[in-house]
Design a protein around this ligand. Structure first.
Ligand code: ATP
Length: 253
């Protein structure tokens, strides 16, 4: 049996007196699509940062594709496709040049044009990224994550800034990548989309995982009813807290 895509045990990250991630334990199988949810500030991006060794844990252990991100960082980075929550692009370079940089770094042979086509960015040849809209930048960042047919895709808020075509494209790519054999781990506040693509979800609240399972199993174990949406489950288990009383329209798409 293959290693889990992600194995996290007792993971804690402390920033001074703030506990961003609190004794988190979580497993993502090598063939699953896992939605990592939680209110603003719950600790999702911090956890993702620790998976990639961008952030060092205070305590706990992490294995990514059977490897230790601190010890085997080069291997982990070569096998994982990451769309971080904050990324910087080079204003003066084109989308093709960005992809060529990742292709060179990962030492793979891949067609930038085919990657741009997959994310719906086919008419941007020669255009510098400084002229891109937010959605175009997001599509390019996703294409960069796809380079090298990663064994694990880690996507932090992949729907940010995308129009409905882009949202659909992300959903299709997540399914295609999973069909190809990749695990997908993504955070999102767009709960309607999460419901459409995830095999399992985990909900984080104040750094702790409060529930985990298939949507059906969460409906059964949460007092929300057998036809509850992910949004209703989310609100029930996070106490309706978060930054606003009303879920934003983004969460219901
Ligand atoms: N570098 C840092 N220094 C101090 N505190 C930090 C730092 N990074 C994150 N935090 C704190 O850690 C907690 C978790 O933040 P994190 O960005 O992981 O949340 P998140 O779940 O990704 O939120 P969002 O949905 O808003 O993106 C927050 O309280 C945040 O203020």
């Amino acid at each position: 049996m293959s290693d889990p895509a992600i194995l996290i045990e007792g993971l804690t990250k402390q920033y001074g007196s703030t506990t961003a991630v609190d004794d988190l334990t979580l497993t993502v199988a090598s063939d699953e699509i896992y939605g990592f949810l939680g209110p603003n500030g719950a600790g999702k991006s911090t956890t993702i940062g620790m998976l990639m060794d961008y952030i060092r844990p205070t305590t706990g252990s992490i294995s990514v594709l059977g490897q230790d991100p601190q010890r085997d960082v080069i291997d982990v980075h070569s096998r994982v496709g990451i769309l971080p929550d904050r990324y910087s692009l080079y204003d003066r370079l084109s989308a093709r040049q960005h992809l060529e940089l990742v292709i060179d770094t990962k030492r793979v042979s891949e067609s930038p044009a085919a990657l741009l086509d997959r994310v719906g960015l086919n008419d941007v040849d020669g255009q510098s990224v400084g002229t891109f809209s937010q959605g175009m930048e997001q599509r390019l960042a996703l294409a960069m994550a796809l380079v090298g047919d990663p064994d694990l895709l880690v996507l932090d808020e992949p729907f940010t800034g995308l129009d409905p075509h882009g949202v659909r494209t992300v959903r299709e790519i997540v399914h295609e990548e999973n069909d190809r054999g990749a695990a997908v781990f993504f955070s999102s506040h767009v709960l309607g989309q999460v419901e459409l693509v995830c095999d399992r979800i985990g909900i984080l609240h104040e750094g702790r995982r409060v529930v985990e399972g298939t949507i059906d199993s969460l409906r059964a174990e949460t007092p929300v009813g057998s036809d509850a949406t992910v949004e209703e489950i989310f609100v029930a288990v996070t106490g309706g807290s978060g930054q606003s009383d009303e879920p934003s329209s983004e969460t219901t798409q």
